[in-house]
Write a protein that binds this ligand. Structure first.
Ligand code: ADP
Ligand code: MG
Length: 264
């Protein structure tokens, strides 16, 4: 079973502890939601899982082997990482930017093969950016850019997909499109970790939710269990409006819960 795991990971910067013995695992075929308040350490944990930051303590394991033992190209083929608010740094066309996602599969000097072209095309189609193929990425709207950068990650056909707030700033239709897409990737056997704040989407789409607060994992379980136990409300310090539709539970943040100590 293909599995990516952060085990008891601690990250410190100066005197601050960003992650405190945090643990999280995702298996092939699974879609895990990583949730928690701003500043909880979600992005930090994702960069550690992507092998982009070394923890002071603990380890990241891919199929039970330390990720740090993998050379960079092999790691990039295995793990696709979508940075939060991912910016396009060069004024390349969308097509060219998405094609960069294939670099771990071929040398920088080798031309695009049929496999590369097929992967680029299907990633652009899945992310709804085909009609933007010739547009310069730096001129895209925020939501369009996010979908283009996600297409770049998907073009690499990684076994594990780590997406940091991929639906933040997307319109409702594109939020559902991106969540559907990630869920399809999980169904097709890839492992997915998605950072998100939308509880309705978290409940509907994720097999499991991991809750971070203050750099520590405070809950890890089935979305519905966490909702029913009040964990989702507690970690954000809000009262939730909950209900059911088409047999599925939903939850919306309704008001600050002052008992939890947020607000004033
Ligand atoms: P999240 O993604 O959950 O919102 P982050 O992982 O981005 O949180 O950040 C966790 C905490 O670490 C935040 O309080 C942030 O201010 C802090 N932090 C992140 N990077 C640095 C840094 N380079 N120096 C100091 N503090 C940092
Ligand atoms: Mg973040």
């Amino acid at each position: 079973m293909i599995r990516l795991e952060a085990r008891d990971v601690t990250v410190r910067i100066g005197s601050r502890t960003l992650l405190d013995r945090a643990g999280l695992a995702v298996a092939a075929g699974e879609m895990v939601g990583l949730i928690g308040p701003n500043g909880a350490g979600k992005s930090t944990l994702l960069t550690v899982l992507a092998g982009l930051r070394s923890p002071a303590e603990g380890a990241v394991l891919l199929e039970d082997r330390p990720l740090s033992g993998l050379e960079a190209r092999a790691r990039a083929r295995a793990i696709g990482y979508l940075e939060q608010g991912s910016m396009a740094h060069w004024p390349l066309s969308v097509r060219h930017t998405v094609a960069l996602g294939r670099l771990p599969h071929r040398g920088p000097l080798a031309g695009e093969g049929a496999d590369d072209r097929a992967a680029i095309q299907s990633a652009m189609r899945d992310c709804g950016v085909l009609q933007l193929a010739e547009q310069t990425v730096t001129t895209l709207s925020g939501g369009e850019r996010t979908r283009a950068m996600l297409a770049r990650v998907l073009a690499g056909q990684p076994r594990m997909i780590l997406a940091d707030e991929p639906v933040a700033g997307l319109d409702p239709a594109h939020q559902l499109q991106v969540m559907d897409l990630l869920k399809q990737r999980a169904a097709a056997g890839q492992g997915v970790i998605v950072v998100l704040h939308d509880m309705a989407l978290a409940l509907r789409y994720c097999h499991r939710l991991v809750c971070l607060a203050g750099g520590a994992v405070v809950a890890d379980g089935a979305p519905l269990d966490l909702l029913e136990r009040g964990t989702l409300a507690d970690i954000y310090g809000v009262d939730l409006l909950t209900g059911r539709h088409e047999g599925q539970a939903y939850a919306l943040p309704w008001r600050l819960n002052r008992e939890v100590g947020h607000g004033g």
